[in-house]
Design a protein around this ligand. Sequence first.
Ligand SMILES: Nc1ncnc2c1ncn2[C@@H]1O[C@H](COP(=O)(O)OP(=O)(O)OP(=O)(O)O)[C@@H](O)[C@H]1O
Ligand SMILES: [Mg+2]
Length: 273
Amino acid sequence: MSKLVARELTLAYEDRTVVHGLDLDIPDGRVSVIVGPNACGKSTTLRALGRLLKPRGGSVLLDGTELARIPTRRIARSIGLLPQSPVAPEAITVADLVSRGRQPYQHWWQQWSDEDERAVTEAMARTDVTALADRPVDELSGGQRQRVWIAMALAQETELLLLDEPTTFLDISHQVEVLDLVRRLNHEQGRTVVIVLHDLNQAARYADHLVAMKAGRIVAEGAPAKVVTRELVREVFGLESVVIPDPVTGSPLVVPGAPYSPERTDGRAVHSR
Ligand SMILES: Nc1ncnc2c1ncn2[C@@H]1O[C@H](COP(=O)(O)OP(=O)(O)OP(=O)(O)O)[C@@H](O)[C@H]1O
Ligand SMILES: [Mg+2]
């Protein structure tokens, strides 16, 4: 059995159920990517996997034990979660925010250690935010801030890492950098990663295991080459597309159907006036 599993997981906000009886095994030591349209329940699911949200029904199990029965500190040492829109404490500096990733390791009898220092320095270097260390987080650009949050999650040094749209706000090279970093952590340190991504092509490139959700249910899961088909894109996103092999990686590349253009009816190109 996987370290982290969901069994018949039902999640709701007040009287509205948004995730329905989900069964999900997160493959150990692999990168899983969750995709699906807006509001289908990706973030809700991820938050429940990280115990930020209590199940309405069913359960999430870590090593076979229900999350609700595990002490918070132990969960925080096992599962790191980067939410979709994290909010930083006012006027906190980059270094201080990243250091908060070490909170699960602090005790009244043991204050900041060399080990904590090493983890923070390393996390900041890996996410390229070392030069920002003394800057207030609320004065950073969206992309810089996003990398600081990722640094905080990395500093937590958990076996499981859950990232909700970690590439939001990042320019294309930083997107690739973050996803490569996640892959490297997975490869070199055997960390289990679950990422929510909107970009299907990135999802197909980086996932070992792809989970496609729609309306609070899993529609398909497995290797990207099996899951990402034009039928799936039509079913999940209601979009016509062509799926071709990615010229660089060979993974499925989704090319959306023809965009609107005024010449479509007679098939001839209209050149600019
Ligand atoms: N705190 C909340 N209170 C009430 N309803 C919520 C809350 N958070 C999310 N929802 C609702 O639950 C549903 C699922 O939301 P969720 O954030 O899980 O979607 P998502 O798949 O992550 O979407 P996106 O791609 O836009 O991030 C949506 O209908 C949303 O409006
Ligand atoms: Mg979301």
